[in-house]
Design a protein around this ligand. Structure first.
Ligand code: GLV
Ligand code: MN
Ligand code: MN
Length: 393
């Protein structure tokens, strides 16, 4: 399975992946998922928005099901493991259960959620948010990508027949366990292959639009400029400083400049702030401070600032009884994460959810350097298999 996925969306120069939602590489991954499900005689439910669940429902398996799986999209130039490791491990765990002659008493499903990274339409976990009803379809209808393409048009051009909004896809799900590559070095430090997640930090995305006066780079005296790049530059440094002071995280990882010319003072600089912290109050306080400092600087420069919240997620503590059960089954440690996940969205929507993390020796993620040793991936499959055997018996 890993070899099948390896070339899809690969950037040969960087070694990273570009599997943006509803583009050809991500659709190839979706077709691979359907093929894997079909080969295993799993029956696929879908919600018209791209989210799918492939169900193993042997005779005698009744009631609501145990869901595993993850997502197959990537950030731009992301790693191979964030998302696909969970889907591949889920199919492999079903294979292991079948090879051991195990028949579940409850259905077992492998999920593929779309647009988890928020890389194209700006909203993280968009697929699971829509399926659970946490994102209003009217808001989603207005979402556009960087080229101005509406979400609905992107879905339609990928061959979907979109019906945006809460679907019944998850109505037959009792609980969700998402396996994921670790996105830090906690397990390296502990010398352990697999952990159970305790909580996902509060996080959000804010757009900072700095507006000034476009002018000539050579003829405009320094004191006459209204250059929005200055407040933007200061804001990036302020965000880093405030996050350090508050033991939080703040990143400007994306910027757009108009007109983006070497010999012109910009008319507008837009930067996107990703801010995270252990609790929502900490994040709100952090963003307020950054926005205030940015606004003060913009005013001093004769420029202006508008801040728009694009998406926010509260701290999500994963289901305690379920996570404790996983810890008991596996004897694995409990660790928190600063990343967002579909499992956190399902938990917010009232579906008991938990996560397993597989050691990443680089600790790096959202980058070509993201990695997991094969032996650790196999330990992850083994852990997921044991968990499924217990939870679906
Ligand atoms: C998703 O991986 C996120 O945390 O941004
Ligand atoms: Mn992920
Ligand atoms: Mn990710």
């Amino acid at each position: 399975m890993w070899e099948d996925l390896r070339p899809i969306g690969l950037n040969p120069r960087s070694g990273g992946y570009l599997r943006s939602p509803f583009t050809s590489a991500e659709r190839e991954c979706a077709a691979w998922y359907v093929d894997q499900a079909t080969r295993r005689d799993l029956s696929i439910d879908e919600d018209g928005q791209g989210n799918k669940i492939a169900w193993w429902r042997p005779e005698g398996a009744t009631g609501k099901g145990v869901l595993v799986g993850s997502h197959l999209d990537s950030v731009d130039d992301g790693g191979a493991f964030d998302g696909p490791l969970g889907v591949v491990s889920s199919f492999a765990a079903i294979d292991a259960l079948r090879a051991g002659g195990f028949t579940p008493q409850r259905p077992v499903g492998v999920a593929m959620f779309v647009a988890e990274e928020g890389s194209r339409f700006g909203v993280a976990c968009l697929g699971s948010r829509l399926a659970t009803g946490l994102t209003d379809p009217d808001v989603a209808r207005e979402l556009r990508d960087g080229d101005g393409v509406f979400l609905l048009d992107a879905m339609a051009s990928a061959g979907l027949d979109p019906r945006l909004g809460r679907s019944d896809l998850l109505d037959r799900v009792e609980l969700f366990v998402e396996l994921h590559v670790e996105q830090g070095r906690d397990l390296v430090d502990r010398g352990t292959e697999v952990a159970v997640a305790s909580a996902s930090w509060a996080h959000g995305r804010w757009r900072f639009d700095f507006t000034g006066q476009p002018n000539h780079a050579g003829t405009t005296r320094m004191e006459d400029r209204r250059d929005p790049m200055l407040a933007y530059a200061m804001t990036v440094l302020a965000a880093n400083k405030q996050a350090r002071l508050g033991e939080a995280r703040a990143t400007f990882g994306r910027v757009s400049v108009k007109p983006n010319a070497t010999n012109a003072i910009p008319s507008q600089v837009t930067g996107w702030l990703d801010a995270r912290g252990a609790d929502a109050g900490l994040v709100t306080g952090l963003v307020d401070t950054i926005a205030r400092q940015a606004g003060e600087r913009a005013a001093r420069d004769g420029t202006s600032l508008q801040v728009t919240s694009e998406s926010t997620s509260p701290t999500v503590v994963f289901d305690c009884p379920l996570s404790s059960r996983l810890v008991d089954i596996l004897g694995a440690p409990l660790i928190p994460t600063g990343a967002g996940h579909d499992a956190a969205i399902l938990q917010l929507a009232g579906i008991p959810s938990a996560m397993l993390f597989v050691r990443n020796p680089t600790g790096v993620s959202h980058s070509p350097e993201e990695f997991a040793e094969t032996a650790d991936c196999l330990a992850g499959v083994d852990a997921l298999t044991r968990v499924l055997r217990e939870l679906s018996a």
